[in-house]
Write a protein that binds this ligand. Structure first.
Ligand SMILES: Cc1cc2nc3c(=O)[nH]c(=O)nc-3n(C[C@H](O)[C@H](O)[C@H](O)COP(=O)(O)OP(=O)(O)OC[C@H]3O[C@@H](n4cnc5c(N)ncnc54)[C@H](O)[C@@H]3O)c2cc1C
Length: 319
């Protein structure tokens, strides 16, 4: 049975003695996070990864996510309870902006906690990971109204986020995107199209799922110069700010993969779904790159986290 022990002491050694953590006190968030606080957070984060997330990894991967006949997706046993604990402990709030309920602590700290979570259970860690990326893109490019509507619930984890770029005929070459956006008189858009390979596209962990979707506004220029970014909630946001009626967003199927079965990689259909422009018209790739760059760091952390847990288990086996 594989095991995992979060390398808290090694990480503290790196932060203190190799990177000279104290030298960064003038950077945002660092003055609020002295090393004794960092140590306390990392010890708790390590414990959460070892005791709550790791035991669900193998069983979760074997069981996987299941798409039900009504289009809902059920995550493996234990994921819901673990996600609830993740949110209650505020793990998703560490580096998020304080104006919207975040703690404003250094990204460094959130990255280490993400590493521990990914080592213990990568499929699980991807749900909050995608949310953090969507939060970053909205924080940087969305209007104040959109930020107020979406960010507090996403940072708290009550709602999760996704990144919708890939379509059945285009992955690398996003200039070929066909999903279309039709402007409405109230300033919103209607989004129609199909996206594939959407990580955390549908699941039962959160009350609402907030999709960031690349689409082409009617009449936009060809290629990447005509792509805009929209925020499209699975459920409309009710007047009291909670998740309301369905919004024309559905999961068509779950992709078959070699691993990470505990994370639902979905085909997502948007049928006249209400969406709101994030950033400027036809500048969607630039706005989405905030999320894609977060995802790149996240994928790098996944690589590190998998090599750490592979190393630990190889040592145990060799001994
Ligand atoms: C587990 C998983 C999760 C994913 N999650 C998401 C997600 O959350 N959101 C999302 O939008 N997408 C997601 N994706 C999709 C991913 O972004 C695409 O797989 C990726 O963009 C590559 O597209 P493709 O698979 O169509 O490959 P292709 O674009 O067909 O590329 C295949 C190969 O051809 C090469 N290639 C392509 N074009 C050229 C060219 N012009 N010149 C030279 N070489 C070229 C590529 O480098 C690659 O090696 C996910 C994929 C996986 C496997």
């Amino acid at each position: 049975m594989p095991s995992y022990s979060a390398p808290v002491d090694d990480t503290l050694f790196l932060l203190k003695d190799v990177f000279g953590y104290d030298r960064y006190a003038d950077l945002p968030g660092f003055s609020d996070a002295p090393l004794d606080l960092v140590e306390a957070i990392l010890r708790e984060g390590g414990k959460f990864a070892e005791e709550v997330l790791q035991p669900l990894n193998q069983s979760g991967d074997r069981q996987g996510c299941v798409r039900n006949d009504d289009g809902t997706v059920t995550t493996p046993d234990g994921f819901r309870k673990a996600y609830q604990a993740f949110c209650e402990n505020g793990w998703g709030t560490l580096a998020a902006h304080p104006d919207y309920g975040g703690q404003g602590l250094p990204h460094t700290l959130a990255t280490v906690v993400n590493e521990f979570a990914s080592s213990a259970n990568m499929a699980f860690a991807m749900y909050p990971g995608l949310t953090a990326g969507a939060v970053a893109a909205l924080t940087t490019h969305a209007s104040e109204d959109l930020k107020k509507t979406f960010l507090p619930n996403m940072i708290a984890g009550t709602w999760t986020g996704t990144m919708n770029l890939t379509e059945p005929h285009c992955g690398t070459d996003l200039g070929l995107i066909r999903t279309k956006a039709v402007p409405q008189t109230d300033g919103s858009y209607r989004i129609t199209g199909t996206k594939i390979f959407i990580s955390a596209g549908e699941h039962d962990l959160a009350e609402n799922i907030i999709h960031l979707v690349l689409a082409r506004i009617e009449g936009a220029p060809e290629g990447t110069k005509g792509i805009s970014l929209f925020v499209v909630p699975r459920n409309q946001v009710a007047s009291d700010g909670t998740a309301g009626d369905a919004n024309g967003v559905s999961c068509g199927s779950i992709e078959h993969k070699m691993g990470i079965h505990g994370n639902a990689t979905c085909v997502m259909n948007f049928d006249d779904a209400a969406g709101w422009l994030v950033g400027e018209e036809n500048k969607g790739l630039k706005a989405m790159f905030i999320m894609m760059n977060e995802a790149r760091l996240g994928v790098a952390v996944q690589g590190l986290s998998q090599s750490e847990v592979a190393y630990q288990n190889a040592v145990t086996y060799a001994k």
